[in-house]
Ligand binder design. Sequence first.
Ligand code: NAD
Ligand code: GLY
Length: 365
Amino acid sequence: MTIVPVSLGERSYEVRIEAGLLDRAGDALAPYKTNRPFLVVTDANVAAAQWHRLEAALRSAGLQAELVTLPAGESTKSWAHLEALTDRMIEHGIERRDHVIALGGGVIGDLVGFAAAIVKRGCNFIQIPTTLLAQVDSSVGGKTAINSRAGKNLLGAFHQPALVLIDPDTLDTLGAREVGAGYAEVVKYGLIDDPAFFEWCEANGRALLDGDSEARAYAIARSVAAKAAIVAEDERETSGRRALLNLGHTFGHALEAETGFSDRLLHGEGVAAGMALAFGYSVRRGECSGQDAGRVVAHLRAVGLPASLADAGIEASGARLVEHMLHDKKMSAGTLPFLLARGIGQTYLAKDVDLADVAAFLDGR
Ligand code: NAD
Ligand code: GLY
């Protein structure tokens, strides 16, 4: 088993990563037992694909659990589901020292984390992420949220989990397109500040996506370690360090908005195209070599991810895409910070970006 510590003083916790861990989760969860059954929250797809494994693990460790199954999909991150879930937690008699379990992708993790942040002014939660995106990104770091009518993730809290249990084998039941979208976030860590990991991705990304168990576990552990280091340095995204995790997200957000945040473009696919555009724009500014930007595009395409507006099926004008960016919640004091790159593994936050120039650049893609 690989154990990655997330060092945050009294909010520190472990991320444990091992193939087959879900079948042994009873041992990991036993220390959190109280006189109430565990409340396990999941969505309908994960309930069908993975719950039987956790249920058996809990039973064999003599632990009781009640399952709450919510509909699958982004629309579950809503006031209505938050209200129903918090009501259920209160009816269950949850106390602050209790641990609610989030079994699922980023949707379930974000919703359960936010519910745990507010019930009784904060109880505990444990993440058992079941998508690659959740395993390498959303389950670690304590960002929790639901969506508001005005946009995604606008209502939330920083609330760290008490433990994260990652079983890469859960990906066996996840669709290939979802795994690919999560893989974009893996590549992101190489592009931010770890060129050797990007090289590893170039050599092993295909095997990972084809289900190679060693490659999956290695990439998850390295991604989690990268995220843990950034979160330990800048838990609340105040110093700018944590903002590096948004590489590709400003361009990607515009593409997602253009496609109506629909299945036409999954979040990770938007991030993939967004990272390629961030590198392309860095070349236009004379800051990054065309060779590095070319490697990013080539790798994303080699694993079937979009690396341009055309790949993502976007025909909108640059001006329209910039308009979407202006609605991004990362806007601060009327300016939009962009994550750009001086090369692979050399991402930085640029605050001097001229949006008219970004629009002109996008018109050429
Ligand atoms: P998701 O939770 O919707 O999962 C994707 C789909 O896969 C769903 O249909 C789900 O039911 C299904 N699924 C999950 N695991 C499965 C499995 N093992 N087998 C079969 N089906 C499975 O989406 P996601 O991509 O995991 O997460 C996206 C969410 O994460 C967004 O809401 C985003 O805002 C959020 N997010 C949060 C953070 C953070 O730091 N908190 C970071 C990135 C993204
Ligand atoms: N996924 C961005 C963050 O956790 O900060």
